[in-house]
Design a protein around this ligand. Structure first.
Ligand SMILES: N[C@@H](CCC(=O)N[C@@H](CS)C(=O)NCC(=O)O)C(=O)O
Length: 215
């Protein structure tokens, strides 16, 4: 086994598949081509490993590399970018100012969803360069922060029979969402909409919670 292989074989993510925060981490690892294992946490019964790995927040996701834990999804995505810096693509720009701006908007997504969608939609509409992604020509940090919610957004659209990303009303955002979800690394990491819908039916509260977030 090459040293690179040993390096990547030892990455585990403590999580649960429906969590957008977990999906973020899986997308980042997929983009970097890092072998990893998703260790599913049981609902309502936090594992000893989770409690020991993230004793402050006790939340998923946690990334474990050689047993060393990294918590908080946005911090994990940045960690993945830096720990596998030699593997393309870069998720954050190299320029410190541009990096700060990406991190600012990603944090805004977490703090002010869904206002953030409206603000970022405006950014896409005002983009004269016609870039494919917030990160430029490829999927980047901010794309991952926002795009990780698309599975749930689409499930809510289907269940509640509403259009949240209507191509007639928000063509650039809708096109971005389609492009993002079709990206091979995203498609691998993002569960099918049907799975979210099925999960919602089985867990009555899930879709109500998701609708409140996304509407
Ligand atoms: N800010 C955290 C949010 C993570 C989060 O909210 N995780 C939820 C699942 S989606 C969780 O672990 N909840 C269990 C709990 O709050 O005890 C991140 O970005 O990683």
């Amino acid at each position: 086994m090459s040293s690179e292989k040993q390096e990547t074989a030892s990455v585990r993510v403590l999580g649960r598949w429906p969590s957008p925060f977990v999906i973020r981490v899986l997308i980042a690892l997929g983009l970097k081509g890092v072998d990893h294992e998703l260790v599913e946490e049981a609902v309502g019964n936090k594992s000893e490993l989770l409690l020991a790995s993230n004793p402050v927040h006790k939340k998923i996701p946690v990334l474990l590399q050689h047993g060393r834990p990294v918590s908080e999804s946005l911090i994990i995505v940045q960690y993945v970018d830096e720990a596998w810096a030699s593997q393309a693509p870069a998720l954050l720009p190299s320029d410190p100012y541009a990096r700060a701006a990406e991190r600012f908007w990603a944090q805004y997504v977490d703090d002010k969803f869904p206002t953030a969608i409206r603000v970022l939609r405006g950014r896409l509409d005002g983009d004269k360069d016609g870039k494919d992604y917030f990160g430029g020509d490829g999927v980047g940090y901010l794309d991952i922060a926002l795009g990780s919610h698309l599975g749930w957004i689409r499930a809510v659209e289907r269940i509640a029979e509403i259009r949240l990303l209507d191509a007639a009303k928000v063509p650039k955002l809708a096109a971005w969402a389609d492009r993002f979800c079709a990206h091979p690394a995203v498609a691998d990491a993002m569960p099918e909409v049907d799975r979210f819908v099925e999960f919602s039916v089985k867990n009555d509260g899930a879709v109500k919670a998701a609708s409140a977030n996304y509407k």
